[in-house]
Design a protein around this ligand. Structure first.
Ligand code: ATP
Ligand code: MG
Length: 822
């Protein structure tokens, strides 16, 4: 009975079953090697057996190191089959590093263990089990932008007043419901007022639309997996049989759905299924590691109680405390402890370091944000000149992405190599999304959002009217929009020109689909799609300089696809349950289009963090990122910038104690990323979106012990003149976001357009400048809804005055302002 849903190739638990001749090629590290460089509580956690284990400890105390070593220990000393290990990290990059480290210790057989984020693990499970839940395994993953597009359609269908019901607000509400594992009906039942009832209605329609499109959004990935396990017990038992060891890093940032998932895999099966017949598989051995002081994702549904209540949730749990910090100097630690000490209701920790006091923290108060950025650049320059650090050792943190701009301008000016992590992301660019929409359509033509996106992109004469006719025809015939297109000749009301265009489009897609079915490489399919669709041609023939950048970005995407297709690690390791545990990397079949799309849908900001420079001489580049992205990382030199009340702590948190405490945890995260040198800085005047504001010093500055900070310049020494030497240069448009890898390759791909492009322009921040006219309605990330009053200048120089009601009229440089036309 329990085998009704067998998982193909599911390995039976322990590696002891594997024939001896296979295990011979395994490297077996000695116990000493596995425990080397661990202190006593660390190794206790590594060798622990049985009961659920919680490792709680402050920043830099080796939690992640313990988790990694434990995996190696399980495989090497306890003979756990690598396929029976599920390790959860917060980012894909962290997962890759952990996998690499374990492989170094125990060899290539570790390849088939699952080390991934919750989302990636859920995708893999759902790809196998989707039939149980009534969707196809080729489902599309909708990211935030796709979800928003879909919700906009839903709002239109329901005829909702956009002033009162913003798609983003509804999606937020739905996301919270999903994180709490509430489906649309439950959400409707719990709705307390008209607004919530409307939200719940939108939830229902949105979910129907997703289902029609054979698509899941991010939150669905988690929720559906929990639903799967709760509904189909045999399925859950099968996965329990598979995963005998579950390890979770950054446990303090799990949400309810993730928590439930862990319980499904690790809880006591006897207890929670009293009446059901069938075989019971005991839960997996569980270890979670985390630090409640670093919980910083409450706004995304993370629940700090998950870590605080671990011992109640798992009554036989054991806890290991780590107290020695190996990352930072005592000065940095004391400062961080002093700040976080202002939060209430936390368990005080004794975190110490024997790295010595090290350098004092350096403080700086700038005249304005430009002066602050200049100080940072000069200081990095000095450190590198004196051989104290390389650019690659340095990180600059800020509270919000928008703050990176001024650093970029100054860094370009002084020639400081840097990389911005996050912000307007590569995969969010229009042309990249268009290209991916082609690929998504190929694997899942039911995905209407993608299909309609490319239906008339590039322009091929399929107008709104023809689209509406097909839509109506499809609804009537109860077929998908794609099938409607295929049978467009039968649909009434379509002009013959449009019909021809539709037929041609269908042919293009079908041809491409044949390539995919024939197992053609991802990069080849992508190039073919861009060519036969005419997409590339349209861009290449355009006079718009932005289109040149778009061609370059597409070339970059092709390069990414090529790298993906060439990397045997990336392919079916996406589904190691089917992989031969002893296969050599070369044996693997080429990774497919679905794997590629999955990979790009789940890229997070932190995945773009450059690797540390290799070798003494390599200078590397300065990394800039928000504090949220910095979680789990460490850098020899850290600049914590914009320490102003209203910036950090964020404006939104000022009157709200729980939010303020979350900001303080974020400060703790930031401070504890530094190994040797820490800088804190602020600006007296900051121009946020045009209007300069005077911000008082951040309260977190006041919480630093005075004797630990060496103020290079204080507010009292501030001069009122604004430095002229770093005016806004044309360099402001560079973002340096793309990684260098693959750029050379790409230049040769689409040569006609790229040949003329200056190599240094490749990183041009191609933020789409909205084309606005007076009277247009817009939304702004901070100010919300507004109406355009006037527009001056064009393209890069366009400045709009926008009336945001209670927030007043703002003058915004459209190139940078987070404004979207409604
Ligand atoms: N016993 C040890 N001896 C020497 N170095 C150690 C030891 N344990 C950890 N480290 C080093 O200390 C640093 C911090 O370790 P790690 O990143 O695992 O800490 P963490 O507790 O996960 O931190 P965070 O809370 O920021 O995630 C790393 O450089 C790690 O290699
Ligand atoms: Mg860690």
């Amino acid at each position: 009975m329990s085998m009704q849903f067998p998982i193909p190739g599911l390995p039976s638990v322990e590696a002891a079953d594997v024939p001896p001749e296979q295990s011979q090629k395994r490297r077996r590290p000695s116990r000493d090697e596995l425990l080397e460089g661990l202190n006593e509580p660390q190794w206790r956690a590594v060798v622990h057996e049985g009961a659920p284990l919680l490792v709680v400890a402050g920043a830099g105390s080796g939690k992640t190191r313990v988790l990694t070593r434990r995996i190696a220990w399980l495989i090497s000393e306890r003979n756990a089959h690598p396929g029976s290990v599920l390790a959860i990290t917060f980012t894909n990059k962290a997962a890759a590093e952990m996998r690499e480290r374990v492989e170094e210790l125990v060899g290539g057989r570790a390849k088939i263990m699952w080390v991934s984020t919750f989302h990636s693990a859920c995708v893999r499970i759902l790809r196998k089990e989707s039939a149980n839940l009534g969707f196809k395994s080729n489902f599309t993953i909708y990211d935030a932008a796709d979800s928003k597009r879909l919700m906009t359609l839903v709002c239109r269908d329901l005829d909702l007043d956009v002033k009162r019901y913003q798609p983003r607000a509804i999606l937020n509400w739905i996301s919270n419901a999903k994180n709490e594992l509430q489906d649309a009906d439950e959400a409707a039942r719990d709705a307390e007022n008209d607004q919530e009832r409307t939200y719940a209605e939108a939830y229902k329609v949105y979910q129907d639309r997703l289902r029609q499109a054979n698509a899941l959004d991010f939150d669905d990935l988690l929720m559906m997996t929990v639903v799967l396990f709760r509904t189909f017990r045999e399925v859950r038992e099968n996965w329990r049989r598979r995963f005998r060891h579950v390890l979770v890093d950054e446990y303090q940032d799990t949400n309810h759905a993730q928590y439930a998932l862990i319980h499904e895999l690790c809880g006591n099966a006897m207890e929670d299924l009293p009446d059901e017949p069938g075989e019971r598989v005991p839960g997996a051995e569980l270890m979670v590691v985390g630090d409640a002081d670093q919980s910083i994702y409450a706004f995304r549904g993370a629940n700090i109680r998950n870590i605080m209540d671990f011992e109640q949730d798992f009554p036989n749990a054991e806890t290991v405390l780590l107290e020695q910090n190996y990352r930072s100097t005592q000065t940095i630690l004391t400062a961080a402890n002093s700040v976080i000490g202002n939060n209430q209701g936390r368990t005080p920790k004794r975190l110490w370091s024997d790295a010595g006091d090290g350098a004092k923290i350096v403080g700086y108060v700038g005249d304005d944000e430009r002066d602050e950025a200049r100080f940072v650049a000069e200081e990095i320059d000095k450190l590198t000149d004196e051989g104290e650090a390389r650019a690659g050792d340095v990180a600059v943190f800020y509270r919000t992405n928008a703050q990176s701009r001024v650093f970029e301008e100054v860094f370009i000016r002084v020639g400081m190599p840097y990389k911005v992590v996050g912000g307007v992301r590569f995969y969010e660019r229009k042309e990249v999304r268009d290209a991916l929409a082609y690929l998504r359509t190929l694997v899942n033509p039911a995905d209407q959002v993608s299909l309609r996106r490319i239906l008339n992109t590039p322009k091929r004469g399929i107008g709104d009217r023809a689209e509406a006719c097909v839509d109506a025809f499809a609804s009537r015939e109860r077929i998908t929009f794609w099938e409607g297109l295929q049978r467009a000749a039968e649909a009434p009301g379509i002009a013959s020109r449009s019909l021809n265009a539709i037929t041609a489009f269908v042919e293009i897609i079908e041809q491409l689909q044949q390539m995919v079915e024939a197992g053609e490489r991802v990069d080849v399919v992508l190039e073919q799609a861009l060519t036969t669709s005419g997409y590339l041609k349209e861009l290449e023939e355009s006079d718009d300089p932005q289109d040149e950048t778009r061609v370059e970005n597409l070339a970059e995407l092709v390069a990414v696809a090529r790298e993906f297709a060439d990397d045997p690690q990336l392919g079916p390791s996406a589904d190691p349950a089917d992989a031969d545990p002893d296969a050599e990397p070369g044996d693997a079949p080429a990774p497919g289009l679905i794997d590629f799309l999955e990979r790009v849908s789940l890229v997070a900001d932190s995945d773009q963090i450059p690797d540390a420079p290799e070798g003494e001489e390599a200078p590397g580049m300065v990394t800039m990122m928000t504090l949220h992205t910095a979680k789990g990382l460490e850098f020899p030199v850290v600049f914590l910038t914009g320490l102003e009340d209203g910036v950090f702590p964020h404006m939104r948190s000022l009157g709200d104690k729980p939010e303020l405490e979350e900001e303080r945890r974020l400060a703790y995260v930031g401070l504890t990323r530094a190994r040797q040198r820490l800088y804190v800085s602020r600006a007296i005047v900051r121009s946020a979106w045009g209007a300069p504001s005077h911000n008082p010093a951040s309260r977190f500055i006041d919480e630093l012990p005075v004797d630990l900070v060496d103020w290079r310049r204080t507010a009292a020494e501030q001069t009122s003149w604004v430095r002229q030497d770093l005016g806004r240069g044309s360099g402001a448009a560079y973002s340096g976001q793309l990684t260098g890898r693959g750029r050379q390759q790409m230049a040769s791909r689409f040569s006609s357009a790229t040949a003329s492009a200056d190599a240094s322009k490749k990183a041009m921040a191609a933020r789409d400048i909205p084309n606005l006219d007076p009277g247009d309605r817009v939304t702004h990330d901070t100010f919300g809804l507004g109406t355009v009053v006037s527009v001056e200048g064009v393209a890069e120089k366009a400045v709009a005055s926008i009336d945001f009601g209670a927030d007043g009229v703002k003058r915004l440089l459209l190139r940078y302002a987070p404004v979207e036309k409604l």
